[in-house]
Design a protein around this ligand. Structure first.
Ligand code: ARG
Length: 561
């Protein structure tokens, strides 16, 4: 139970006494209605009684009066009835006690509720392309998806993480043709994706002068489509080489998936979907191609079959959406993909709706902006590509150099360098509101701590047996920390509801900053045992909440740095 729920529970108890037999609202509704008044002279919390007027058949003023008389919980401090509002002047010491005790009692579960119990969310994230290197453009989808995965699980959802691999398209025919001409097994096995990219680039270079090469590429792709064993074997091997490379990055990032069903997985699952489109009269011919007309919805048509009968990205996504509903029976299906694909997803969801699937409304495109690296662009065209594994290793090296300078005696330097380096990149990536374009600089990324400081304070203190004197936590710095810890559950709820992990990242920054201020203003290890115990308790709760917040955005928090 978080603090707001504790307040709500007292209000309900009072309602029960004051209005015997009346139908009471849900506790969540009461907690959700609690407001923080704009002016602290009006109290720390206000409960508006207007909405109760109808069910209780009394004026809001009468309700507030009656409730004010019936509330007896000490921790709520002074309670006033003012113009239909019930205002609470919570006693600062009791507030600190209540919030910190709740947080520490609940430990890792603090901030969660079971609102997701029995529900399933499917998350499509990372979704990299085969035979391409994992570049920084795929970092956001990977980390936002990973965070949303953890957040949903935290609230009791069953989460299914899908890496919808880009493993279909004519370019794979070209790659096989290039491999057959110039490649050899060992070079590709050793060089990995880089070697495949080289082959592909060479193919396109030479095809400019030699049109016959393109026919060769097309022929190999046809072979993949027709299930030719040699074609499938080479292609399957390209896939496993790419995934092995990607796996290293996923390991560094601590990211996992439950399914790697990518585009090619839907090869035999599109026909029934196309049939449904046809049966429902949604398919139209347009210059030999099959389309779904979306002009009534202000969108260009969705292309389903090309004039040569080939299926498209859209066709595969339609089959994938239906497969996910049939297989997982999701309550929510999220697609964490850059905003450039906004139109694609609006079309996809509209076509699903036109097919009569009411679950189309449960599908959501979680869009985000592109990341740029120290002001530069990231596209291959501009020749300024930042590969993710390079970036991560650079980050680890930088962290390592900083550790060498600042804490040369640290024991597990490599481990901590990895945690900080990776953490800095991820943290930075998830700091911005999703939709903004992000400009990455090292200085900003390496700028986080707080958890390690709290751990260090606690380590030096050892065990503390004195009873905390919460009056020591009534200064503004302590209260700021307490208030943030109290808000944690609400922040997490909003982050899940809005699919916005940056809310958690910002919270972590705010809490770390508030704690730093507290730490500079208040000495923790004072002689007075009650004060010391209270400040240690606040430090411990901060450590626990920060660690949890970082975990939920996919960042490991080192205990020493
Ligand atoms: N592979 C695609 C890309 O890199 C992203 C796929 C997203 N998921 C989907 N179901 N369309 O752009």
């Amino acid at each position: 139970m978080d603090f707001k729920t504790a307040v709500a529970s007292e209000i309900l108890t009072a309602m029960n006494t004051a209005f015997e037999g009346a139908e009471l609202p849900e506790i969540g509704t009461v907690a959700g209605a609690l407001e923080v008044p704009p002016d602290t002279a009006l109290g720390d919390y206000a409960f508006p009684c207007f909405k109760l007027s109808k069910s209780l058949r009394k004026s809001p003023i009468m309700i507030a009066d009656a409730l004010a008389g019936a509330i007896h919980a000490d921790f709520l401090g002074k309670v006033e009835s003012v113009k239909g509002y019930l205002n609470f002047f919570i006693d600062k010491a009791t507030y600190a006690e209540k919030v910190l005790s709740l947080a520490l009692e609940q430990g890792e579960a603090y901030g969660a509720d079971n609102s997701g119990a029995g529900k399933t969310v499917v998350l499509d994230y990372s979704s990299i392309n085969i035979a391409k290197r994992f570049h920084i453009g795929h970092l956001s989808t990977t980390m936002i998806g990973n965070s949303l995965y953890r957040l949903h699980k935290f609230f009791g959802w069953r989460a299914v993480g899908v890496n919808h691999l880009g493993d279909w398209g004519t370019q794979f025919g070209k790659m096989i043709a290039a491999y057959k001409r110039w490649g050899d097994h060992d070079t590709v096995a050793q060089g990995g994706v880089d070697e495949m990219v080289k082959l592909y680039v060479r193919f396109n270079e030479e095809a400019k002068a030699n049109e016959a090469l393109n026919d060769e590429g097309r022929a190999w792709f046809k072979k993949i489509e027709d299930g030719d064993p040699e074609a499938l074997e080479i292609f399957g091997w390209f896939k496993s080489v790419t995934l092995k490379d990607a796996e290293r990055v996923y390991d560094l990032l601590g990211v996992k998936f439950d399914s790697y069903a990518g585009e090619s997985f839907y090869n035999d699952k599109m026909e029934p979907v196309i049939q449904i489109l046809r049966d429902k009269g949604l398919l139209k011919e347009d210059q030999g191609a099959q389309i779904v007309d979306l002009s009534d919805y202000g969108m260009p048509p969705a292309l389903i079959l090309r004039s040569d009968g080939a299926t498209l990205y859209m066709t595969r996504d339609l089959a994938a959406a239906k497969y996910r509903k049939d297989t997982y029976n999701f309550d929510k299906s999220l697609y964490v993909v850059a905003y450039q694909q906004d139109l694609h997803f609006r079309q996809l969801f509209k076509v699903l709706e036109l097919m009569g699937y009411d679950w189309a409304k449960d599908c959501e495109h979680v869009a985000f902006g592109m990341v740029s690296f120290e002001g530069g662009a990231l596209s291959t065209r501009q020749g300024h590509v930042v590969y993710l594994d390079d970036l991560l290793h650079q980050a680890i090296d930088k962290a390592r150099a900083i550790i060498e300078e600042k804490s040369p005696d640290l024991e597990n330097k490599d481990e901590v360098a990895r945690q900080i380096g990776i953490g800095a990149v991820v943290f930075f990536d998830l700091y911005n509101n999703r939709i903004k374009d992000i400009d990455f600089t090292w200085e900003r990324a390496l700028n986080f701590d707080g958890h390690a400081r709290a751990c260090s304070v606690l380590r030096k203190a050892g065990s503390e047996s004195a009873a905390p004197d919460f009056a020591a936590l009534t200064d503004p710095y302590s209260q700021d920390v307490v208030r943030l810890i109290e808000q944690f559950p609400d922040i997490l709820k909003s982050a899940v509801n809005r699919s916005e992990p940056s809310m958690v990242t910002r919270f972590a920054v705010d809490l770390a900053q508030a704690f730093n201020k507290f730490y500079y203003e208040n000495k923790v290890m004072v002689d007075e045992a009650g004060t010391r115990a209270a400040r240690l308790m606040l430090t411990d709760a901060t450590r626990q909440v920060l660690k949890q917040a970082l975990y939920l955005i996919g960042v490991e928090a080192p205990e020493r740095m």
